[in-house]
Design a protein around this ligand. Structure first.
Ligand SMILES: Cc1cc2nc3c(=O)[nH]c(=O)nc-3n(C[C@H](O)[C@H](O)[C@H](O)COP(=O)(O)OP(=O)(O)OC[C@H]3O[C@@H](n4cnc5c(N)ncnc54)[C@H](O)[C@@H]3O)c2cc1C
Length: 444
């Protein structure tokens, strides 16, 4: 048994490697929070009788162009940050992108990533018009959104029927498999390598960012829930609605901190409609005074918003613990219950913070445990997943399953899901060369 790291500088090199049919894990920017990259050697169960490859796709040559219809066509290693910069030079921008802008777009297809602007523009996976991928023989195939998902597996129909329960979520506990493009979306590199993407964009119109200071969610939920309900019918004007709780401020530098032991909710609003939102929505809130609403520069918002999860990520690595955090989305009726659960979770005596995509009832609750405290945090997280299962919520709405979440997802996968995963693996990965330890390789 041995593992080898390979970096690909051309598609030809990658194609040659694929033709060897060797078990491999392909990665891009390594920002996934569900793949513990620093512990990969010890955590990936290596196939005992074969060599195993860790394959870096982040150096593949890239290309971007804006098509006549305004869609962005990209190939190779393009980050969300590079794509935004390129698009802005053409007067356009992306609809939805993850908070971590250094991640690659092709990888974002694999993780079915979402982000702040999902509130206004819906999911990234629905914005993918077409894509190309390299299959197990290194051949490049194209998939189009306008085509239905096809397979000979008898499990597809019952799988799609089960999926209806989760249709409204950003990502369900299992991939959508409705459109042809879904073969690569959310399958975490287990069906092939995404090489090209055509994705919808929008005009880069001016936006205004504001934040509101609120009492801590641990003490009262009135103001939070009032804002949550107030923004729902304005998704055409409000593009994002994000939360950083008071505990998150401990991860920012003193001059970056907002509020005084208060929670913060941010809104991204189309500038030409800001007056309407201010007058009709913000000034009518009973639990938030207009004096507690402040404008913030776009770059400062992004810096602060991305700074918190990055700092948590780094702190967990420093402490030598695997991230103990959540990625749950629930329906509106269950949102207060989710928040109340987190309130109970906050009482076990371990440092924590709460942040995320508040307007979509999709939050990341993170513990920052020492090694000794990890077990009790994991018990609490398991209890949460049991609840999310009962509530018919989505346990992992954007960060995926990777390696870290596999034990928790098992409960959500029944015979229809496992049957289809098995058949798709056989059809598209006959040599089991794509991330054999992924969730689709679960034993039936
Ligand atoms: C601070 C921070 C904030 C984040 N915010 C968000 C957020 O708002 N929304 C969100 O969705 N995620 C978020 N994430 C998670 C992460 O950024 C996303 O999952 C992202 O899509 C991963 O991209 P990557 O290039 O780092 O992929 P990697 O971590 O390198 O790989 C992730 C997965 O994709 C597969 N993969 C990579 N490239 C390809 C390819 N070309 N073809 C097929 N499979 C491939 C890998 O095998 C692996 O399973 C955040 C992470 C951090 C650290």
């Amino acid at each position: 048994m041995a593992f080898t790291t390979k970096t690909f500088y051309s598609l030809e090199d990658l194609t040659s490697h694929l033709r060897l049919h060797q078990p491999s894990f392909y990665y891009s920017s390594q920002t996934s929070t569900v793949i513990p990259y620093d512990k990969l050697n010890s955590l990936l169960p290596w196939p005992l009788d074969q060599d195993y490859f860790l394959c870096d796709l982040s150096k593949l040559p890239n290309h971007m162009e804006v098509k006549e219809n305004g869609n962005l066509l990209l190939r190779g290693a393009v980050s969300w940050e590079e794509a935004k910069k390129f698009l802005r030079s053409k007067g356009r921008t992306l609809k939805t992108s993850p908070t971590e802008q250094l991640a690659l777009i092709t990888a974002g297809i694999a993780t079915s990533c979402t982000g702040e602007r999902c509130f206004g523009f819906g999911t990234m996976r629905s914005q993918v018009v077409s894509l190309k991928y390299l299959n197990f023989n290194g051949e490049e195939n194209e998939l189009k959104r306008e085509d239905d998902f096809k397979t000979t597996s008898p499990f597809l129909a019952p799988y799609q029927n089960d999926f209806k329960t989760y249709k409204t979520f950003k990502n369900a506990p299992y991939p959508r498999f409705e459109k042809a493009t879904d073969l690569m979306i959310g399958t975490e590199g287990q069906m092939g390598i995404v090489s090209e993407v055509e994705i919808e964009t929008v005009e880069n119109y001016p936006v205004t960012y504001v934040f509101m200071l609120l009492p801590r969610w641990e003490e009262t939920l009135e103001a939070h829930m009032e804002i949550y309900h107030a923004v729902q019918s304005h998704r055409d004007v409000i593009m994002s609605c994000e939360l950083l709780d008071s505990n998150c401020m401990n991860y920012l530098k003193p001059d970056e901190k907002l509020g005084d032991n208060q929670d913060v909710i941010f809104l991204e609003v189309k500038s030409d409609r800001f007056e309407d939102i201010y007058g009709d929505v913000l000034c009518n809130l009973k639990h938030v005074s207009p004096e507690a609403v402040f404008e913030i520069a776009e770059n400062k918002f992004h810096h602060v918003r991305a700074g918190v999860p990055r700092a948590i990520f780094e702190e967990n690595s420093k402490m030598g613990v695997v991230k103990v955090g959540t990625d749950c989305q629930v329906v509106a009726e269950k949102f207060p219950e989710l928040l109340k659960f987190y309130r109970e979770a906050s009482k076990i005596g371990v440092r924590y913070c709460l942040f995320g995509h508040f307007g979509d009832a999709h939050l990341h609750y993170n513990y920052m445990p020492t090694k000794d405290e990890t077990a009790k945090c994991l018990d609490m997280i398991q209890a949460l997943y049991n609840k999310v299962y009962e509530w018919k919520g989505s346990p992992f709405a954007e960060h995926g399953i990777g390696l870290i979440k596999q034990k928790y997802i098992k409960k959500f996968h029944g015979p229809n899901q496992l049957g289809l995963f098995h058949d798709l693996k056989k059809e598209h990965d006959p040599y089991n060369q794509f991330f054999p330890q992924g969730f689709m390789g679960q034993i039936i």
